[in-house]
Write a protein that binds this ligand. Sequence first.
Ligand SMILES: Cc1cc2nc3c(=O)[nH]c(=O)nc-3n(C[C@H](O)[C@H](O)[C@H](O)COP(=O)(O)OP(=O)(O)OC[C@H]3O[C@@H](n4cnc5c(N)ncnc54)[C@H](O)[C@@H]3O)c2cc1C
Length: 475
Amino acid sequence: MAKNFDVAVIGAGPGGYIAAIRAAQLGLNTVCIDEFESVDGRPSLGGTCLNVGCIPSKALLESSENYERALHKFGEHGINIKDVSLDVATMLARKDKIVQQFTSGIGLLFKKNKVSSMHGHGRLTGGGEAFQIEVKGKDGSETINAKNVVIATGSVPRQIPGVKVDNVSVCDNTGALSLKEVPGRLGVIGAGVIGLEMGSVWKRLGSEVTILEALPTFLGAADEGIAKEAWRIFTKSVGLDIKLGSKIDAVKVGKKAISVQFEHEGASQKLDFDRLVIAVGRVPNTQDLGLESVGVKVDARGFVEVDERNRTAVANVYAIGDVVRGPMLAHKSSEEGVAVAETIAGQHGHVNLEHIPWVIYTSPEIAWVGRTEQQLKSDAVEYRSGQFPFIVSGRARALGETAGFVKMLADAQTDRILGVHILGPFASELISEAVVAMEFGATAEDIARIVHAHPSLSEAMHEAALGVDKRFLSL
Ligand SMILES: Cc1cc2nc3c(=O)[nH]c(=O)nc-3n(C[C@H](O)[C@H](O)[C@H](O)COP(=O)(O)OP(=O)(O)OC[C@H]3O[C@@H](n4cnc5c(N)ncnc54)[C@H](O)[C@@H]3O)c2cc1C
């Protein structure tokens, strides 16, 4: 007889596994279905984020930054190391170990919270009193019933038509995180978050990196001031060769090189690479999900249509994370997971999409929350701004990481904080103060009057807040 559940979550990424845990905590009989397998064919929970996204990329970023510090930065501290060398296999093994620890940890969390876990491809086959979901695994298939369904199937890399990804020569994020040796010439198509992060890793490890970006602007979603300074740093200091406005015409994989033919600045050009990374964004994953069997709709771009509380038009079917509108970020997926579980349990789950922090883990890091200066201008909002450079921060000087600044934007009349933009060391950590402040409706004056530890990077946030009222104390 088919098993019956209160909630079936399809997908065990940061959206799905969190939704399942929260639902079980609230007393709902919950199953989480996931099909992801590691390269050796083992079920591996945690979705894109834990397996081939956030966690492995940050592990490699840290390793590559350490390598660069040992090569170029330790000297000024009086630490002299002879014969610094790179062992890519050990670096990858460390990354794989971190991934393995986290992915197996999800299984333990499921046990602790009494979430049932099923491995296989989940597909809706019908509705009625309950929904039927067929779970197809290696050893056959089983159909279960669930009163509520949460679709958390995430996203997959966008493909370039005619370009075959083999994850050896031509890679998406999965291959880019596992290159066995440092390519001499690395081509990256796409200067978005993933392209910049991956390009930076392999550049630090020794590759000549060229990034081809179709758009004429750099980091269009970021505040223009941040994007401009980041461009200067990434192209001049980091040494990434970023060619904006490049239209890819053809990619040919030969025995000796991968040739990319593209149009740039009005001319047809060709570059040869040893490895190519395709990072042209991600698309929602609704493949073979059986949405039509219950009447769930997707929009023109393939996202599952949901309202502000992640409800689809079909009662008791919800969708969260990368498969729905909003930024494709792990923490956004997780918060939607919590909200949906609470809604199913009769509570009032809610996520404020206005205050989702964005982070790009380059060096220096970029992070922001709220509106950019260009958005405020185009919305004709009167604002005041305070900008404080890290070069004046004692802690940043001690770290030797002085590039960048904190910029705070506040409403000219009410002083309420409208956006905070950071380029600099540990921007990913610093942004949390701004998120908390904005969620509590704080003003720049509130932050200016809060004591910040000295010497700390957070003093730059304090000074930016003071700067909104043109009363810097250290500038
Ligand atoms: C290289 C890289 C770096 C990133 N770095 C960051 C970062 O630093 N910070 C950040 O916030 N975000 C980052 N992201 C984005 C982040 O990984 C995603 O936003 C996040 O994983 C989305 O979570 P999700 O739960 O919606 O979906 P996913 O994590 O994609 O999980 C979906 C899961 O559902 C499974 N699935 C799909 N269809 C079915 C089905 N029919 N049946 C069963 N299982 C199914 C998939 O196999 C997968 O396991 C990064 C992404 C990449 C690629």
